[in-house]
Design a protein. Structure first.
Length: 512
């Protein structure tokens, strides 16, 4: 049981007076990273044509970023704990801006792919540093709820904002601006962080770097993300795809075995052993699988089936953003200090599942206002309500020296979930579309009928995949309700004691 803090300890734990200013710049950096995950998607057709990228290689514009980002996240989190989170945050911002400038100025395929890989690498430094800075800056339960409400809304809604911004920049300016737009974000966030972010000095982990852990985790995660990416284009039974999954399993098992033995592990297993954090990582990763798949299907449905322009498509996602912001800041943040996290996360995922369930009814002539808009509102409200306590709980009760790597695990579960969601649900949709076209081809004898059949086949494929997304969200809700057992946070300090979450709920202020 931790001791009640004495007077000096209370002084040391005094909140940073500039913490709310710091939140602005941390949130701005997070928005930039999340935007980049979707903003390039809309610009890709134009960039491909300008740079002469082949159809076979165009996926690498997305994959190069995903592999570097997903593969290096744990390493980035450990670097943040070692170097200091503020320093890592600023270096990540500077590198991300430089890589974005390189991408925007790309003159060919190699330069573009290199820039995307660099963006991913610096994003892997930046993302865990941002979340861990938030975790060690906001220690009061009520303030932490507000701060993570804002952060959760950005983490959840930023991808949809990227679709709007990407559509606007591509349609009215040039695809290169989808890269250049990152530079002002990064400069403002870096200057602001340098001036106002204050990192607690006691939170560093100066243990030697676990080099075998870095190599095994990076290779294992890269193989896993690439395996799902390859499955989308080559199929699940492809020898290369199977080889990547087997290799990933072997590497990640070797990584866990190594972490159990080394003195200063890259990922201390104590971070994963807590059932509450384990439940957060698992439920969040599964929920992101469903969400990323939906972004993909709705974008294609609105542009190809309904004939929306890129800008109109982006604005069509606004209800989801509004729902996420409302769920995160008005529901999640207000209730987080009053009810246990699982009573926000599980209902949140279920509400999102109901929104998905509505979208299984998609038809070629579906009314946007009658079905798509209410479905998006439900999905946004549910995800926002669930994301907010998930982001906070992922670093709740973590020893300050492990905050970076615990934050990296949140980003890793999201990144791997996104890669799985895009590949898995896209494959399911493609198979359902093929089956529908094969079964109905005989009746389409005119060009108009054949075009209608193609569109109907696409919609049938999307609906089939969205059914899977409904099931995945239901499983997320069950995991959140079963695994996450911590009670509602108290009104005092909730992070950074290095004790278990249960002790921190009971004792308002604890000694370090």
């Amino acid at each position: 049981m931790p001791k009640i803090a004495d007077a000096p300890a209370r002084t040391a734990l005094a909140p940073d007076p500039g913490r709310w200013k710091a939140l602005v710049f941390i949130a701005l950096a997070q928005l930039m990273v999340v935007l980049d995950a979707t903003i390039v998607n809309i610009a890709l057709p134009s960039a491909q044509q300008d740079l002469g990228i082949s159809d076979g290689n165009r996926q690498w514009v997305i994959t190069a970023y995903a592999l570097a980002f997903g593969g290096l996240l744990l390493f980035g989190g450990r670097i943040a704990d070692l170097w200091g989170r503020k320093r890592t945050f600023i270096v990540g911002l500077a590198g991300f801006a430089a890589a974005s400038a390189l991408g925007g100025a790309a003159t060919g395929e190699a330069m573009m792919l290199g820039a995307r890989a660099l963006q991913g690498a610096f994003g892997a430094l930046l993302a865990p540093a941002a979340l861990s800075l938030l975790a060690v800056t906001f220690t009061d339960a009520k303030e932490r709820a507000k701060a993570f409400g804002i952060y959760g809304a950005i983490a959840g809604g930023g991808g949809a904002v990227g679709l709007i911004l990407g559509g606007f920049l591509t349609e009215y300016l040039n695809w290169r601006w989808t890269f250049f737009v990152n530079i002002p974000f990064a400069v403002v966030a870096a200057v602001g962080a340098y001036l106002v972010v204050r990192e607690p000095a006691a939170g560093r982990n100066r243990s030697p770097l676990d080099v075998p852990g870095v190599i095994l985790s990076t290779l294992g995660l890269v193989a896993l993300v690439y395996g799902f990416t390859r499955a989308e284009s080559e199929g699940w039974s492809d020898a290369g795809t199977i080889g990547l999954f087997v290799g990933s399993a072997v590497l990640l098992l070797a990584f866990v075995a190594t972490e159990a033995r080394v003195k200063s592990p890259l990922l201390p297993l104590r971070v994963l052993a807590d059932r509450n954090r384990g439940g957060v990582y698992l439920s969040l990763g599964l929920a992101v699988i469903a969400m990323f798949g939906l972004f993909l299907f709705l974008t294609y449905y609105l542009q190809v089936v309904k004939g929306y322009s890129p800008v109109k498509t982006g604005f069509a996602f606004l209800p989801m953003i509004v729902g996420m912001i409302t769920g995160s800041t008005q529901i999640g943040a207000r209730l987080m200090t009053r009810v246990p996290p699982r009573l926000l996360m599980a209902p949140g995922f279920l509400a999102a599942a109901v929104g998905m369930l509505l979208l299984t009814q998609l038809e070629i002539g579906t009314s946007y206002a009658g079905l798509i808009l209410p479905a998006q509102l439900l999905l946004g409200l549910g995800m926002g309500t669930a994301f907010m306590p998930a982001m906070s709980l992922a670093t709740h009760g973590v020893d300050p020296r492990d905050a970076g790597v615990a934050s990296a695990m949140v980003n890793t579960s999201q990144q791997v979930g996104g890669a799985i969601g895009t590949a898995l649900l896209n494959t399911i949709a493609a198979s359902a579309t093929t089956a529908y076209l094969t079964g109905h081809a005989a009746g389409a004898t005119t060009p108009a009928a054949q075009k209608l059949l193609q569109l109907q086949g696409m919609v049938e494929g999307y609906a089939a995949a969205i059914w899977w997304a409904v099931g995945i969200l239901a499983v997320s809700a069950a995991i959140a309700f079963t695994f996450i057992t911590t009670g509602k946070p108290g009104s005092g300090v909730v992070a950074g004691s290095g004790t278990g979450a249960e002790d921190e709920v009971k004792i308002p202020v604890v000694a370090h």
